[in-house]
Design a protein. Sequence first.
Length: 356
Amino acid sequence: MNVFTRQLNALLSTVSTDIAIDLGTANTLVYVKGKGIVLNEPTIVAINKKTGQLVAVGNEAKAMQGRTPTHIDVVRPLVDGVISDFEVAEEMLAYLIGRVRSDMRSLIAPRMLIGVPSGITNVEMRAARDAAKNAGARDVFLIEEPVAAAIGAKLPIQKAVGSMIVDIGGGTTDIAVLSLNGLVVSRNLRVAGDHLNMSIMSYIRDQFKVHVGEKTAEDAKIALASISHTEAGKELVARGRDVVTGLPREVVITDADVRDAVSSQVDTIVETVKSVLETTPPEVLADIMQRGIHLSGGGALIPGLASLLEHALQVPVIVVPDPLRAVIRGAGIVIENLDAYQEILIDHEGAIATQL
């Protein structure tokens, strides 16, 4: 970045709003420079198919899920951490930016920093950039979510010491080993919170012959998910449609049922973390053994998961403070001093990570 560009950006930043966005599969969080986190909404949009207009975004749209008439679609514009419906993602971003700018009364279009999964393709990066540009961003920067999560967890990624973070989100699990402002080894796994929901739906259908909705499965995951047996005895009434008769029916789901439903997905996460450790350079691995593996994202809140990983890997596992907001906290730190963090941003040619 030349001197003129830095001076221009400094001038524009005095009359515009710099924004960082954790554009997640399950939730979207928005950080405004100088203000902190201002929005935390589900990544869900309700659209009127007749007019093509937005009906609702975020919490309001989530409340409509499974309860809409035929002319209204409730859509999730991101799947597995990347944009799957470009037009809907663009409209959602425009709506969120509009809300922020109306509150801040800024005149100039904002610079925007967006968190993306590690190892996404050039096409997926271009989709994120274009959606943000078309939604009204002046400049768009991308940062890999595990890097942002590590910054948010205050890990010393700028030093010559190895740090490891496992970020279990809604659509993807990002596993990354970092040192000297870069990714030494990383792996993006398409197994995360949404996949646990689907596993619970399938388990209830197979074991109880009842078809339940995604919201019911998510409620069961939040209320009952536990890797350990220490919280045994919890249960939840799930209501749905009998797959044989087609009539309404309710069943009682226990923590043991949810544990059985998600066990294979959890095993996949454990094995993938193990495979990343196996390819980590010895000196970096020695640092991780001493400093531990840090766990962030919604999956970090599953009781017993940290203990399971610690037992399987023989390495200390630490859940970061407020794991749901680790990525947006890190993105916020970067957007507050963007020039100082240019080195860790994804360049226009591709990701900086070394992929397995």
